[in-house]
Every structure is written in C-alpha cells, then in structure tokens.
Design a protein around this ligand. Structure first.
Ligand code: ADP
Length: 967
C-alpha cells in the first residue's frame, strides 16, 4: 500500500493538524474525517468538487495532475486541490494506481437546506480490492480483497500451522474461504490474484508473485481478526459460523475480510448481497501454482504476443457473467472425474446443436452484468437505469428457457445441421443442461414490478422525477396531473391575455428567480389591466404577475416538488423489493454465467476443431494403474492460432514416465510440452482439447519450471529462484502430478546445471513417480532412458538444405545428436565467417569427443550431413553409466576436451590463477592450461560469484567425499 515516494498524506495532513485550534468550521470537519480514516486520503465534497487541503492537496495535485491552488481564510493561506465530482473516475483510478485508499467525504444533507455548515460523512472508502464503481472495474473480471489469518495456536507454537484465507469480490458479493499450510495458501493467493490483501497478527508474510496482479498487502485492525469478533461479524451472513468453517484460521480470515469490506462500503452493518460464502479445500481442484500459471500463459503472456493467452483463446463468452465464470473455471480446474465428464457432456451437446447454441449465445449477449447490478441494488446504489437493465436481463430468461426446452431445437436449421444433431432427439439430453434450465429462474414478479414501475428510458438522477411510470401510483399520477394542467394553463395564458388586453406583443415567460411573469413593452404600458402586479423592470419593458398566475405557479411548483419526493420514495421502495430477492437473482446470475461459459467452450470446440477428451479415471478415487496420457495429433491452443502451418504431434506418456526431450533451439520442445499440459488443464476445466483424439488421466497438480535463462523476460532470472521452484516440485509432486521441466539447470555453470538436471530427473522417476516432460539441451541426460525403466527419449528434428536449417516441429522417438546451435546462429544472421569458424570448432570438438570415447576419428560427421540434406537426428550412442559421480566426471572431461589435453592430472590440484584468458566465450567452461582431474575441473567450474556460502560448502563437501571415494 505504501508507495516508496509517498509523502505524509493519508490521515490528518500535518498542516491541518498544526492549525487545529484556528481551523474554520469546514476545515475542522475535514480534519475530523481525516482523523477517523487514518489510512486513507480523504476527498472532501465542496459543491461540485472533491477537495483536499494542505499536504494532501499536494498529493492530489501531483498524482492526479491537477492544479494546486491556494486558499485563504481565517485559518491562513493553505494549498487546496480538487477534482470534479461528475468526472471523478479517472482521478480516483490514478490515486488507486498510486497505491492510495480514498475516503469520499460527501455532503450528506442538501446544501440549500442546511442551516449552517453542510453535514458531511465518509460514504465510501475506495481501495484497490473493494472498488464497486463500474468505471473503475474491468468488466468480466473478478476483483477480490483477501485476508489471511493464522490459527489460534500459531502464536504459541511459533509457527502458523494452518493459515486461513478468505476473499470477497465486493462488486458481486462472491466470497471464498479456504485454508492450508502457508505454501498452499500462497498458491491459492496466486490463483485468486486479489487486488488487495490484509493480514492478521501472526499470519505469515505473503508477497505477490508475478503471476498475480500486484496486490498491496497491508495490516488491518487486529481486532477484526479476533476469533470472537469474527464469529459475531459473520453471524448475519451465516447461521452458526463457528461450525461452518474447518478451522479458526478460516473463521478469523472470513470475519476480517467482511469487516474490511463493510468498512469500505461506508455502511454500518452487513453487506446483504454477500449471500454465498463458499468454503473449499484447495485439494478439491487441480492445483496450478503461480509458476505454472505463468509459464503456461493461462492469463498472462509476457512474450511478443502479449494478448495471446489460453484464456483469450478460450473466451468466446457473450456476457461479463460468463467471462468471469470461465476465468474462475480456468483458474481452478476440476479433479472430480464425474464433474468433469458432466461439463464435457454439456459442451458436447451444445457443440452438436449449433442453432440452439447460437440462440443461447444471442440471448446471453443482451444480458447485463446481473451480479454487479444486484449488488448495487442491494447496497442502495442502483439508479433507475440499473433497474431497467436488470429487467431487460430478466426478459432474456424465458427466451433462453424456450431455446433449451425445444425438443426440435435445430429443426429450422440446415439439413446438415439437423442430420448432425439428430434433431428429433430430445434436447437437452444431458443432466447438466437440464439442471441449468431448471435453475433459470425468470423472476417474473420482479420483472413485472420493474416493468410497471420504472420509466422505460429513465433519467440517471433519481431525485429529480421522471423515473416512475404513469399508472403505477394514483397519488403520483394526481400530482403529475395537477402539474401538467397548471403548465397547460400557463401555456394558454399568453393567447388569453393578448385577447383580454389587446397587446399583441404581450408574452408569458419563466425564470429561476421570479418564476412566471407576463411581459409588456414600454409602448403598451397604458393598456396593462389593474390586476397586473409589477415584478421586475427591464430596459424597455415591465414584467407582471396576476394573483391567479401566482396561485397557479404555486400549485405547479408544489405538485412538482411533491411528485419528485413521491417518486423517490416509490423508487426506493421498488429497489428494496428487488433487493429482497437478491439471493434468487444471484442464483439466476450463476446459472446464466455457467451457461455462457459452457456455450463458449462449445463454440471454441466447434470453431477450432477440438475433440472431447476421454478420461481414464473410472470413478472418483479409482484410477487405472498405469494409464497415462495418450494424445493423437495434439496442438497448442494458442500457438496454432498464430502459426499458419502448425504441426500436430502425438503424445504417449504412460503414468509415471519421464520423457526427456532434446532438439535444437526453436525446434518446438517448449511448445510441445505445453500443449500436453494445456490439454490436461483444458480437459479438467471442462473444455474439449485441440487434438484428433485424447485420452487423459485426471491429475491433481500441474507443475512447471522454466530454466532461469529462458525466463529472462520475466526479469526474475535468478538461479536461486529457479532452484526454489524446483525444490517445491521435488517436495510436492507425486504420482498424480504432471511435471514440466524446461531447460532446468540453465541458470548456473554447465557442470552444476547438468548434474542438477540429471539428479532431478532421477528423483522424479525413482522417488516421486510423477509423469514428467523434461526438455533439455544437456544431451547427457538422454542416457537415462537406458538406465531407467520409465524414462524415454523424444526429440525434435530439423532438415538442412544448402546449409540452412528448417525445423520440422515434429516429435520423434529417440534422442537428438546435436544442438544445432550453429545453424540457428546462421539463421539468425550471424556473419558467415563467424558461422564457418564455429562450424570448424564444433567439428573439432566432436572429433575429439569421439576420439576419447571410441578411440577413432570421426570428425567429418557434421559436414557429411550438410551435403546430403538428410534428416539430422538419431540416437546418440553413449555407454550407459549409472552413477551420477561418473557422469559428472565424464561431463567434466567433455568440457576440458577442447584443449585436447586429458593427461597430466594432478589429483586435488588447486585451480591455477591468472588463466582468465583461457575462458571460453560462455564464461563457464574454463580451460586449464596444464590439464587437471575431473575433480579439478569440477572445482574450477564452481561459479563462486553466484553461489551462496551454504552452496559453496555443500559443493566442497561433495568434492571432498569424491576424493575419499577415489581413495
Ligand atoms: P524450443 O523450446 O525447442 O526452443 P519452441 O517450442 O519455443 O522451441 O518453438 C519455437 C517456435 O517454433 C514457436 O514459437 C512456434 O512459432 C514454432 N513452433 C513450435 N512448435 C510448432 C509446431 N508444432 N508447428 C508449427 N510451429 C511450431
């Protein structure tokens, strides 16, 4: 919450505090509001402006880029800055963006009727997580404020065993509660991506990950987290709140988040539209942590096509309700096979029934954001136009029900459609759609009420009349009739008086100050009748009233004022009656949202040729032993939209297997791995998948880790971070996890990286039994396939013609033989002489490597390939060698190989100093002038600049034990 460059501006501005004794009554009122809202910037209504004073004025001027003016009164001279109330939204947005909470100090009595100083009160505190104004909120996205709280026991044991998390979207009334250990809660926070986070005493510190929108953690009144207070707070929302939650931590978090939400809404008392407090267990959904969300680009894409995310590819929703629902589904895919199949059933049926689907889509496209509307209604903030929008949305429901109940839904369609859909078949067939149809509550009485009460095109302002329809209320109609008759009488007056007086130029007019008048020019004054009373003298004329005109005027004004007041009362009454149906309207909103999300999934399935995935899981809990992923002709749902000729690939991964994927850079490894993971995520969201056929198990977690150097765009390319994410995977992954590792180990020196990559792959296979895809440029890793039962190699191929490389983007079994880095360099336009030289070096290196492994000279291999234009792939023969230690030794000697010297090793010899000139271009393979043992090489390769002391100690310890092993 606290921006770094923030001056002292929230709460009571120091300038105001210092002058406390000499403040004018208005400033004194301002000071009181500031003091009562210490953590907010108070904007104070003065007429048509929101003003701030003293230091707060400086902040407003700076952040909102408005003029800083000076005000003088008995308090002295002080700065003032303001923003226009009727166009406050962009300024409020700037303040929120700059990290401020804003308290709106509105005039709460009519300025004209106030006897002295107008009364003002804070009507709302606007914070990033609790805004409800439509123009400050993105449509179709959720906006949560979240609270985290520790268990009762936390303080005593010193560690928060269980952390409670509650989140509420104040604009819709949705409220979620869950709990878990700190890691699980961190994952949920990433998923929920709240705009704001408040934390209770003893709660662990959570920092926003970059997958999440940067929330602003801050502390909030500790009392709100108190168990007893929280339980009391929840009483109006839930019966027996103590029993509704799984732990005290949940109860505290829920109580606190609602306390905060109530505070920001400026109302005393509960938020009546928060009717759905949903508690869930993080394990009930497919868990995707921040790293997975980020690297699978579910909601954010940091690369070139920044708008190309899975969500964008999937979003064919027709209204904001559906869009938010789809977002929720994708953030939290299912793990219950029956629930997933039920969504697939519905999507399949909607996909088959094109006409019905389009009918549903058209109807939904006219639906307004019912959730936000009803929360405004319930908060007493809805105007007449909001009620009309609500009514129009309710009007869609019968149409939708009819579409969904029509047994011959597609009868009017083309023969092809009818045939495909089997149009005499009953529609809908699936329980899911039938259930949705039942949940479409048309709320006929509410619709009727609004329709008869509210004008069809009402003004925005609800206090100025014109919002209630004629015929709704007799008293109101009488008042309006009196007003109308009066005005008609006045309208006829001009003709009548002209006739009576014979003054042709006589006119009747009206102005704000004097009301109605009869105007006579000076030339005709002698003909003015006796009953005219002079009101005003102008340059060339006089204005008069008559007793009758006066009387009429009073009756018109009286009737109009009373009518406005009656209208306001009637409007509020209608709004309250609508508000009393909040829960039903929310139920309808949920059903519309789900229907829209399903329709969107069906539209995508049809338009992009997705297929229904078959799930391996028999029933809940029972999983076929080694049934794994089997995808035919799988595609990447996002890349296929931009790539003109996307090459589909198969994926056959038995459960618990590890696929080691090699191939040149840019050959399609990452895309392939991600399309497998995205198929899993899509399937468990309820979507069809981009493939010709797919059979999938139900996973409970998807992990991804992209090597640090591949993630530079994220600005977070530290090896430490790469390792801590790897740690998380190696701790938490299990047989029901899908793990994607993309170039893990890249962030450190080659030898270390290689060792870590191999050790991690072994651990995944041997200990965790996770299903994993591992893309790597460490070719040594392909040996694992010979050593481990469920490890196999895949690689991507390229062809080379006339010295150019063309990537085939096709996955084939086996390991690739070389990284083709030089060809990629050439493709990228590296000067020919450099490419040629690099080619020579590679040839020399390979020759040398072969000499050492086989004792033969096979140096010309690369050139042979170049001439023939053949496919550059094939298994790399290596002697199977199980031990990591030997592997390390071998890899280390590979690196030294370039010097051509592997003799003269001195066991344990220290690295020579002063040989920086021998560094290879990538800076990590140092070439010893006089050679050295594998130990010496390993020692030299330690990248001391990047290691922590502990890492260095561990590495030393390893090396020591190798000396011991070697005897
Ligand atoms: P790698 O991980 O091997 O470096 P990527 O998966 O990042 O390669 O792919 C590089 C580029 O190749 C992608 O951005 C995409 O444009 C293209 N590409 C990848 N896979 C395919 C495919 N199956 N069909 C067509 N183009 C592809």
């Amino acid at each position: 919450m606290q921006p770094a460059d923030r001056e002292t501006v929230t709460g009571l501005p120091p300038g105001i505090a210092a002058a406390r004794d000499t403040l004018t009554p208005m400033l004194s009122q301002y000071a009181d509001l500031c003091a009562a809202h210490e953590d907010a910037l108070v904007l104070f209504q003065v007429g048509d402006f929101y003003e701030a004073f003293c230091e707060a004025a400086e902040t407003v001027a700076r952040v909102c880029e408005v003029t800083l003016t000076e005000r003088s009164d008995s308090t002295g001279d002080y700065p003032m800055a303001g923003v226009p109330i009727d166009n406050a939204a962009p300024y409020l947005e700037s303040l929120l963006d700059a990290g401020y909470r804003v308290a709106l100090g509105d005039q709460v009595e009519d300025a004209e009727q106030a006897s002295g100083l107008v009364d003002r009160a804070v009507t709302e505190v606007i914070t990033p997580g609790t805004v409800v104004e439509d123009d400050l909120l993105e449509s179709g996205t959720t906006n949560y404020v979240a609270a985290v709280a520790a268990d009762d026991a936390a303080g005593e044991s010193g560690s928060a065993a269980r952390v409670g998390l509650a989140a509420v979207d104040v604009s819709t009334g949705e409220c979620l509660v869950t709990s878990g250990d700190a890691d699980a809660v961190a994952g949920e926070l990433d998923r929920i991506a709240p705009a704001e986070l408040i934390s209770g005493p003893d709660a662990p510190d959570f920092a926003p990950s970059d997958a999440a929108r940067g929330w602003t953690p801050h502390e909030y009144d500790d009392g709100a987290f108190d168990r007893r207070q929280a339980a009391e707070r929840l009483e109006p929302y839930l019966s027996a709140p103590d029993r509704r939650f799984a732990s005290d931590a949940e109860l505290r978090a829920a109580g606190a988040v609602l306390a905060y939400a109530e505070y920001t809404q400026g109302d005393d008392g509960p938020l009546s539209y928060v009717t759905r407090i949903r508690r869930y267990d993080p394990h009930d959904r497919l868990r995707l942590d921040a790293a997975a969300q980020r690297s699978l680009e579910l909601f954010e894409n940091r690369g070139l096509g920044a708008s190309d995310t899975l969500f964008d590819a999937l979003d064919e929703t027709n209204c904001a309700l559906g869009r938010r629902c789809l977002e929720r589904w994708l953030r939290r895919p299912l793990v219950d096979a029956d629930a997933i199949r039920s969504r697939h059933d519905a999507v399949g049926e909607l996909a088959d029934r094109s006409l019905a689907r389009e009918g549903v889509a058209d109807a939904l496209a006219t639906a307004y954001d019912l959730e936000r509307l009803v929360s405004r209604v319930s908060r007493g903030r809805a105007d007449a136009r909001d009620l009309r929008s609500l009514c129009r949305t309710l009007a869609v429901v019968p149409e939708l029900k009819a579409t969904l109940a029509d047994a011959s839904g597609d009868a009017g369609g083309t023969d092809a459609v009818a045939e495909e859909a089997g149009s005499d078949a009953e529609f809908p067939r699936t329980d899911h759609l039938r259930d949705l149809r039942e949940r479409l509550d048309a709320l006929a009485e509410v619709r009727e009420l609004i329709d008869t009460a509210i004008a069809t095109d009402p003004p925005q302002e609800i206090t100025e009349g014109g919002v209630i329809r004629e015929g709704f209320d007799d008293d109101l109609d009488d008042l309006r009739a009196t007003e109308r008759e009066g005005r008609e009488w006045v309208a006829d007056l001009e003709t009548a008086e002209r006739e009576r007086t014979g003054i042709d130029s006589l006119s009747v007019g009206h102005n704000q100050v004097h009301g109605y008048y009869i105007e006579v020019t000076d030339a005709n004054l002698d003909r003015v009748p006796d009953d005219y009373r002079r009101r005003q003298t102008l340059k060339n004329s006089e204005r008069y009233v008559t007793p009758e005109l006066k009387e009429r005027e009073e009756s018109i004004v009286g009737a109009a004022e009373r009518a406005d007041a009656v209208e306001y009362e009637l409007f509020v009454d209608v709004r309250d009656r609508v508000a009393s149906e909040t829960e039903r309207i929310q139920g309808l909103a949920d059903a519309l949202a789900e229907l829209d999300a399903l329709t969107s999934l069906a539209a995508v399935a049809v338009e992009r040729d997705y297929v229904r995935p078959e799930l391996r899981a028999e029933a809940e809990g029972s999983v076929e032993s080694d049934a794994g992923i089997a995808i035919e002709g799988g595609r990447h749902p996002v890349v296929e939209r931009t790539e003109t000729s996307f090459v589909p690939n198969d994926a056959d991964l038995p459960r618990g297997s590890v696929a080691v994927i090699t191939g040149p850079n840019m050959s399609g490894k990452s895309t392939y791995m991600r399309s497998v993971a995205l198929a899993v995520v899509l399937a468990q969201t309820g979507s069809f998948v981009p493939a010709q056929a797919a059979t999938l198990p139900v996973f409970d977690r998807v992990f991804t880790r992209v090597g640090a150097s591949d993630d530079i765009a994220g600005g977070q390319s530290t090896f430490m971070r790469e390792m801590s994410e790897l740690t998380e995977i190696l701790h938490d992954a299990g047989p029901d996890s899908l793990v994607l590792l993309d170039e893990v180990g890249r962030g450190t020196a080659t030898t270390d990286g290689r060792a870590i990559a191999r050790a991690a792959a072994e651990f995944l296979h041997d200990e965790l039994g996770a299903t994993a895809l591992f893309a790597t440029h460490y070719h040594g890793l392909t040996d694992l396939a010979d050593e481990r039962e469920r490890v196999f190699n895949l690689h991507f191929t390229a062809t080379r013609e006339d010295g150019d490389v063309t990537f085939l983007h096709r996955v084939v079994p086996g390991a690739s033989s070389s990284s083709y880095g030089v060809e990629v360099a050439e493709l990228a336009g590296v000067p020919r002489s450099v490419v040629d030289r690099a080619r020579d070096l590679v040839a020399a290196d390979e020759a040398d490597r072969d000499r050492r492994t086989n004792g033969t000279d096979a140096g010309a291999r690369v050139d042979d390939g170049a001439a023939s234009g053949e496919e550059l792939s094939g298994d790399k023969d290596r002697d199977g060698d199980a031990s990591l230690r030997e592997f390390l030794a071998e890899e280390a000697s590979d690196e030294r190989g370039a010097s051509g010297s592997d003799s003269g090793d001195v066991p344990g010899a220290p690295a020579e100093s002063g040989d920086a000139g021998n560094r290879s271009p990538d800076g990590d393979a140092e070439v010893p002038a006089g050679g050295g043992t594998d130990l010496a090489a390993a020692l030299r390769d330690l990248d001391l600049a990047r290691m922590t002391p502990i890492e260095a100690l561990n590495a030393l310890y390893d090396l020591q034990s190798r000396i011991d092993d070697d005897g």
